[in-house]
Write a new protein. Structure first.
Length: 332
């Protein structure tokens, strides 16, 4: 039986930033695939390289100080890093769309939200008729739970609430039925009820608009458990564990993944019970630790961990882990 079709293949990606203090190796050898139609969660604490990975996919790294030092990003077999500017512009928003945490950074404050959604449809789908554009825009806004879309179409971003603006961003992203939607902390700025609502809408709209794959970037494992089929755990610029969501939540193998899960509140946890936090902080990308990059915080670190960096090894079918103590027979 043929395996799942790979939509996006990231190979050996390194994205570095030249700063006054030195070179920050924010993304430092990432290998990751996104399959057609799946929801893949990319998780880890802030400063692990998740957002830089996302921005690298569409070549949105501010240069200088940033630059993609090496690697390949193959989208349906085409290396996005080798595309010309016009080719890349056609891919952005057309084949691959992005939703950011703060919609105000992506919405243009001087145009109405309706115009911005319709412009996305016009540019990527070649629809010229203004009335058809308006009808499509209104339909999409309605689908994303924006009440009274005919009226809201004429609103400017600052006239909408944060939740509404995020819906507009997702409507813009889905306007052209992208094959891949990259959502970078799309609900972090919203309260819990709105978060759940927006995620639900995003998944429903994804299914209705041609079953796009979603790369969901978040530090929130509860969100991942609700929405993702597979999970990649990132730490210190590299993937540390990659697995289907169910086995990962049932039995996390990498000590970092275990630390992340242990820090989640569990049902039945009494009020006042202290959650277990991973000791220490994420190291700075200017000087990642030698050997295993998690060794400075890992409760199981041994001498070998401080000297030799483990490979991201396939320990079970479909499951990869970067730890000296995890092998096919089990975990540390
Ligand atoms: Fe911990 Fe060593 Fe595994 Fe790194 S290689 S996660 S330090 S046990």
């Amino acid at each position: 039986m043929p395996g799942p079709v790979k939509l996006l293949e990231i190979r050996g990606l390194r994205t570095w930033f030249e700063l006054e203090e030195g070179t920050a190796r924010a993304v430092d050898g990432v290998d990751l695939d996104v399959r057609e139609g799946e929801v893949l969660g990319l998780v880890g604490e802030s400063g692990c390289g998740k957002s830089v990975t996302a921005l690298s996919i569409l070549n949105l790294i501010p240069a200088p100080p940033g630059r993609i030092v090496s690697g390949e990003i193959l989208f349906r077999g085409r290396d996005l890093l080798k595309l010309s500017r016009p080719e890349l512009r056609a891919v952005r928003g057309g084949d691959i769309a992005m939703v950011f945490q703060e919609p105000m950074t992506s919405l243009n404050p001087v145009f109405t939200v309706g115009w911005q959604i319709e412009e996305a449809i016009r540019f990527h789908q070649g629809v010229g008729d203004r009335r058809e554009l308006a009808a499509r825009g209104v339909r999409l806004m309605g689908k994303l739970g924006i009440p009274d879309p005919e009226r809201r179409r004429g609103a400017y971003p600052h006239e909408l609430s944060g939740g509404m603006r995020q819906r507009v961003m997702i409507a813009m992203a889905l306007a052209c039925s992208p094959a891949l939607l990259i959502a970078d902390e799309p609900t972090t700025a919203l309260d819990a009820t709105l978060q759940a609502e927006i995620l639900e809408l995003m998944l429903r709209a994804k299914a209705e608009s041609g079953d796009a794959a979603i790369l969901l970037i978040t530090h929130d494992l509860a969100v991942v458990a609700e929405t993702c089929g597979r999970v990649a755990v990132m730490y210190a610029g590299r993937i540390q564990e990659l697995a289907d969501a169910d086995p990962l939540f049932r039995e996390p193998l990498h000590p970092y993944t275990r630390g992340l899960l242990d820090s989640l509140p569990r049902p039945g946890t009494g009020k006042g019970t202290r959650l277990r936090a991973i000791p220490g902080t994420v190291p700075r990308s200017l000087s990642w630790p030698s050997g295993c990059r998690f060794q400075t915080r890992c409760p199981l670190a041994q001498d070998r961990c401080r000297r030799v960096e483990p490979e991201l090894a396939e320990v079970r079918p479909g499951r990869r882990v970067r730890c000296h103590l995890v092998g096919p027979e089990g975990r540390a």
